[in-house]
Design a protein around this ligand. Sequence first.
Ligand code: TTP
Ligand code: MG
Length: 395
Amino acid sequence: MNRLILHVDMDAFFAAVEELDRPELRGKAVIVGGTPRGHGVVATANYEARKYGVHSAMPAARAAKLCPDGVFVRPRMGRYSALSHTVMEVLGEFSPELEQISVDEAFLDITRSLRLANGPIDMARRIKKRIREATGGLTASVGLAPNKFLAKVASDLEKPDGLVVVEPGQELAFLAPLPIERIWGIGPRTAELLHSRGYYRIASLQNRSQAELAANFGEDFGTHVFRLANGQDDRPVVTEHERKSVSAETTLENFLAEDNRDAIASVLLALSEEVSERMRHESIWGQTLTLKVRDEKFRTRTRSRTLGEPIQLTDSIYRTALEIYEKRVHLDGLRVRLLGVGLSHLIVSRPRQLDLLDGPVEKRSQRVEKAVDAIRDRLGRTAITRGRLLGKKRR
Ligand code: TTP
Ligand code: MG
């Protein structure tokens, strides 16, 4: 049976919230995060500011230059979280099979919930309308498709306020004209490599057999690309209580030498921090740490270690990941192109007796990380960054 998967993504989320709360901003180019004098980075910009080329993660100084009339607004994380919650509650009204991906994004499996509407497209329209009502006027873009990958691509195609449907049987035709960068895992570096081999549109990948792609890009990545390019993705929508792991990974802009310990450590620290932040936010701990390393030839290695007790803090995650890297990863001189850190064997609240085992150091570190969370909630993600992540060496 065909599945019906929705991907919902709020439009220019933080900026849209600011426009909602401050009508005087409407019609102007709004940039959230950073300052006009050029400190910090942009969290997001509204569609008006995007016309000037401003986008997320851009240094504020550059944004100010590109868009001199842009209004810089300080992030209000508490307000965004509250509205995020509202949106997720609306989605939960339509189906219990809800998987939140980020602050403004979720998958919803509506295969079994259709009785609430007059067919899937009607359900998608109702969801958009309910989100608008419940938030006081925010718009979402929705993709409706037989699987997660197609739904995610679809929701992004007609932003803002989009609704794009991929009918079963239309998967190949839908993907064919799109650039290869639409495929998960094909970032700028990989795209460059693929371009040099003549692959630009997904159609060019659809012409290749699985064996050819596996021979070119390694068994894992080649198979992944083959499946997605052909619109195949059977990952289920995983609701919160079924979730098995929390992980973060990144493809490196510049490949790192296997023995570039400092640079590898910095990346692992940033990933550990991301994982820890999510775990702390949801009050979950994990007992098995998995490190993922992909080399420049696309060979992927994963190494796991089950610990004596569940962990949650950046420091514990980071130290374990780095130790696994140093002791158990051997790339034979190949460079590193991707690193990932994940925790599994999750528990929702920490067993009581473990609190007694906490040494004073861990207690302090827990307090520090809690304080960091609180400040970030108020001032935004980039308000506090660890010394190491700033690229400065501190001894
Ligand atoms: P996105 O959904 O990626 O972006 P968006 O909602 O602003 O715009 P779009 O219409 O393209 O979906 O991210 C959601 C929010 O997360 C975004 O409003 C701000 C925040 N964010 C950051 O703080 N830093 C980032 O680098 C990104 C990508 C997002
Ligand atoms: Mg969004």
